[in-house]
Design a protein around this ligand. Sequence first.
Ligand SMILES: Nc1ncnc2c1ncn2[C@@H]1O[C@H](COP(=O)(O)OP(=O)(O)OP(=O)(O)O)[C@@H](O)[C@H]1O
Ligand SMILES: [Mg+2]
Length: 307
Amino acid sequence: MVARNREHCVSEAMQDQAEGLRRLLADDFVRIVTLTSGKRGVGKTSALINLAVALAKRGKQVMILDEHQGEHSVVGMLGLTPYYNLTHVLRREHSLEQVMLSGPEGIGVVPAGKSVQALANIAAPDLEWLVSSFAQLAHPVDVVLVDAVAGVASNVLPLSLAAQELVVVVDPKPSSMTDAYALIKVLNQGFARRNFHIVVNRVASAEEAGVVFNNMAEVARRFLKVSLDFMGFVPQDEKMHRATQLGRTVVDAFPASVAAQSFRNLAEKVEQWPRPGGEQGQLEAFMQRLAQSSRATGGEPGRPGRA
Ligand SMILES: Nc1ncnc2c1ncn2[C@@H]1O[C@H](COP(=O)(O)OP(=O)(O)OP(=O)(O)O)[C@@H](O)[C@H]1O
Ligand SMILES: [Mg+2]
């Protein structure tokens, strides 16, 4: 009896060790990046799909969460056909694997549908179900890129608020810069968000990107006491439009183009960002933050948030 007990204890200790080792070796950190903009049409979705492909080509497992629907969504721009969306997962009608579409380079694309707003009123067991759906994905994800709807309306903010890293895409038009500033102001003053990466799209030169960024950074520093991070720029490149027409990315279809090179640079930047501590690097924690943000901003479209 004593011998059997000892055997049992030894095998338990070995199991504990093995489990500890597995945890030590498993790199379950997930980088969660939301791309947003102050106004529509600045090239946010094109930037996102190109960044996704550039990251995938560097060996990352990438998942895209797409808040848009229709022609201008990630799904639409990549020529994919959505059958279901995250709302079906919330309603337990389909699994996350069934909802996720397969994009270029093995990128998983999850159409969010109206699920983000629905999260405001979600019951605890349903949230748990959603969180566990992400936790149990068959293929572990390294990077999640979120295409958030542009603007400062309260119903479009949760995905920006829950993000671990927030990228604001601007183009050199004055209205794009002022709208981006307005968005940063709401996220900072209404919700204490402090870190913002800026990508300047559709510029004629690196100098122009520098001027746009410096203008924004100066105003943010002076009036908000926020320091913006220059993530990089993407030149105006007609290959971008050609790739959109083909339902592809420049990184994939025109790898020698200047735009493709700039997305490879942006992907390298993402990999160099320091890792945030705590639970920030877990997909489950992101879904929980998303539900909280959705509640904090009012949830239903058109309903004012607290900002
Ligand atoms: N650097 C660039 N050079 C040339 N064309 C570009 C560039 N970036 C984006 N475009 C083109 O601009 C158009 C709009 O881009 P996109 O749909 O990505 O914008 P968006 O910000 O996501 O718009 P929305 O807010 O409506 O979702 C596309 O046809 C795209 O090919
Ligand atoms: Mg878009």
